[in-house]
Design a protein around this ligand. Sequence first.
Ligand SMILES: Cc1cc2nc3c(=O)[nH]c(=O)nc-3n(C[C@H](O)[C@H](O)[C@H](O)COP(=O)(O)O)c2cc1C
Length: 210
Amino acid sequence: MRDLRNGFALPLKLGPRLAFDLLRHPGWALRTARHGAPRFANFEPYAERGSSTQSLAQLMAGQSSGRLDWALLREIRDCWPGQIILKGVSASQDAVKAAETGIDAVWVSNHGGRQLSSAPAPLDAIPEIRRALPPSFPLALDGGIRSGEDMIKALAAGADFVFAGRPFLYAIAALGPSGASRLITQFAYELENPMAQIGWSDLDLKDGAG
Ligand SMILES: Cc1cc2nc3c(=O)[nH]c(=O)nc-3n(C[C@H](O)[C@H](O)[C@H](O)COP(=O)(O)O)c2cc1C
């Protein structure tokens, strides 16, 4: 699966635009030359290091084949003694079925809108899902969370846990490794003002608060 379009052949092929990027970001160019292009560590058992973007995309597409139906989920449940969180749920009927199948928590998500452009926004989907499940059933949410205020909306709409994906990529791309902790500090800061505005003194009190 090794593809020679990685490495130095690629900039030459892509021409002046990439050469311009290399000149503007020599540190990045040197790191890439030394360590190779960034890769998904979780793909490593399945794809050779240095595989092309196209072959990784094919591998990924093979993972989304629609084979995961409720019967298979039941089999997985019966085989796996640990906890299972089902990610990608956006309909209350599916959330209820997941709970009936013995799933421990549901993660309301459209995978960042990257799989199906028309998938509903998790923030729109979660209130009905929350109403359909017992209050103590754990619900997580991600997708489009960009600020502390977004987190408050998700929590108020029924989430027990809120996650962010791409903001961490952006923060690290902009600031390097320290970007991740900087973003967490920023999120914490952004939570404080809306909490004060709506009278939440503690996130644990959200269910009892106005
Ligand atoms: C580069 C990238 C790769 C992702 N790969 C997966 C994946 O393999 N499986 C998955 O369930 N979600 C995947 N996601 C979706 C994230 O887990 C998460 O649901 C999404 O990024 C949340 O939305 P946000 O980025 O708007 O916060 C990926 C997201 C990005 C940006």
